[in-house]
Design a binder for this molecule. Structure first.
Ligand SMILES: Cc1cc2nc3c(=O)[nH]c(=O)nc-3n(C[C@H](O)[C@H](O)[C@H](O)COP(=O)(O)OP(=O)(O)OC[C@H]3O[C@@H](n4cnc5c(N)ncnc54)[C@H](O)[C@@H]3O)c2cc1C
Length: 402
């Protein structure tokens, strides 16, 4: 039988490029198809990348890649009612993550793949496919491609899975809206800050982020699509309120909106089926647990493993080897650990009620006015009770996240 390539990789985002590099290192001949005119043209990200997975492929990535700033400060900002605000910053110089601008970064990453022999066909859209006994034919906007296996790296819309009948459900999606603004934070050149913002998406399940780039700042919100559907607030209003609430001044240089998978470990779609392996967002691999939002390192990690797994499958292993390898890696192990937090964060009290009660307790605690001052635990119990909440229930829910 004639094949155009061993494996076709749909999508030249982080997952797809990683899979292609890994496949070439395994001695395979992959072809990548990408609907955009270049890698990164269709990609949106708030842009904080944990670089451990990338380093396993490109050890000197810190010297070569167009990274923005190392994240050396983690800040949490909780906005409560009555203008109250709680924040703290943790400083750490270990440089395990960097801010990135995806349009720049993905282009560089794709050229690194091309340098080692990967073929990327840009402006090529996957429109259909036919499964055959010994292969699979992809119908693309530039013609048919016949291959042994396919890696679905097409992002959250999982184009291959959709052509095979899988539908997207609102409860498994978040909407991410991101802006790059001209604001430059006053920080030393080799430092950057990642801020997690809680409480500025009132009424909707979601949160916000702010990342320091070299000469700009990335800000954005992520909102559960099902809560957007049932709420009376529009995403555009939330973003306006968010920018105003942060109080950052600067022109909006770039605006983008994109869906984000929100399955969680217990609800993951199939990671492999027929002659297909799914990586990154197409496989629902994303962690958003209140502390981090991680999709990029999971896309890279699963892509690398998919490249190795395809070679093993061609050599005779069953396709299930891919899932077994993912289970042994950080990808599914970290997804599993984040599962309790995923479940806890479906509690609507986390999106306003708990924050307000906490801030009220702190307000009671910091107030000295000559009347009997409560202890912190008394203040917490009273504030939760006054807000119609059960403090011990709240502690149990928070316990699941930590
Ligand atoms: C607002 C926002 C903020 C985020 N913040 C962070 C963060 O700070 N840190 C983090 O780690 N993650 C973050 N993420 C998640 C992260 O961006 C994704 O998890 C990651 O980009 C997934 O990579 P991927 O390769 O799976 O998919 P993508 O990067 O989406 O790549 C998919 C590619 O497939 C192509 N494609 C799709 N359909 C077809 C088709 N039919 N034919 C051909 N090509 C096709 C697309 O053009 C695209 O290039 C954020 C996401 C959003 C939206």
């Amino acid at each position: 039988m004639n094949y155009d390539a061993d494996v076709a990789i749909v999508g030249a985002g982080l997952g797809g490029i990683s899979a292609s590099i890994s496949a070439v290192k395994e001695g395979l001949n992959p072809i990548v198809i990408e609907r955009g005119e270049y890698s990164g043209a269709k990609n949106v990200s708030g842009g904080r990348m944990y670089i451990h997975a990338l380093k396993s492929l490109i050890p000197d990535v810190e010297e070569r890649a167009p990274l923005e700033r190392p994240i050396t400060r983690e800040t949490y900002k909780v906005f409560c009612n009555k203008g109250r605000e709680l924040s703290f910053t943790f400083k750490e110089k270990s440089k395990t993550s960097f801010s990135v601008l995806r349009a720049k970064f993905d282009r560089w990453y794709a050229s690194a793949a091309e340098e080692i022999g990967v073929t990327i066909s840009y402006g090529t859209y996957l429109m259909g496919l036919q499964e055959e006994e010994d292969g699979i034919t992809l119908n693309t906007s530039l013609g048919d491609i016949r291959v042994k296996y396919v890696i679905d790296a097409g992002g959250v819309t999982a184009p291959v899975a959709r052509l095979l009948g899988r539908n997207l459900k609102p409860e498994h999606l978040m909407l991410g809206v991101k802006e790059v603004i001209s604001y430059v934070q006053d920080l030393p050149e080799d430092e950057g800050e990642a801020t997690t913002v809680i409480g500025l998406t009132r009424g909707l399940k979601g949160g916000g982020f702010v990342y320091t780039n070299k000469d700009t700042t990335s800000i954005g919100v992520t909102l559960k699509v099902d809560s957007l559907q049932s709420g009376s607030i529009k995403a555009s209003e939330v973003v306006e309120n968010y920018r105003a609430g942060l109080g950052l001044r600067g022109d909006v240089l770039e605006y983008s909106a994109h869906l984000i998978p929100y399955y969680g470990w217990g609800n993951l779609p199939p990671l492999y089926y027929n002659r297909v392996l799914a990586v990154g967002d197409a496989a629902g691999l994303l962690i958003s647990d209140g502390f981090v939002i991680r999709g990029m390192d999971l896309a890279i990690g699963s892509g690398v493993i998919a490249g190795i797994a395809v070679k093993k499958v061609i050599d005779g292993s069953p396709l299930s080897i891919y899932e077994e390898m993912l289970k042994r890696s950080f990808v599914l192990s970290d997804m599993r650990k984040a599962w309790k937090a995923f479940q806890a964060l479906s509690n609507p009290n986390f999106y306003g009620e708990y924050e307000d009660a906490l801030c009220e307790a702190l307000s009671r605690e910091f107030l000295v006015n000559g009347k009997q001052r409560p202890t912190l635990i008394e203040a917490l119990l009273k504030s939760f009770y006054d807000n119609g909440l059960n403090f011990s229930e709240a502690v149990k829910e928070i316990w699941k996240i930590v």
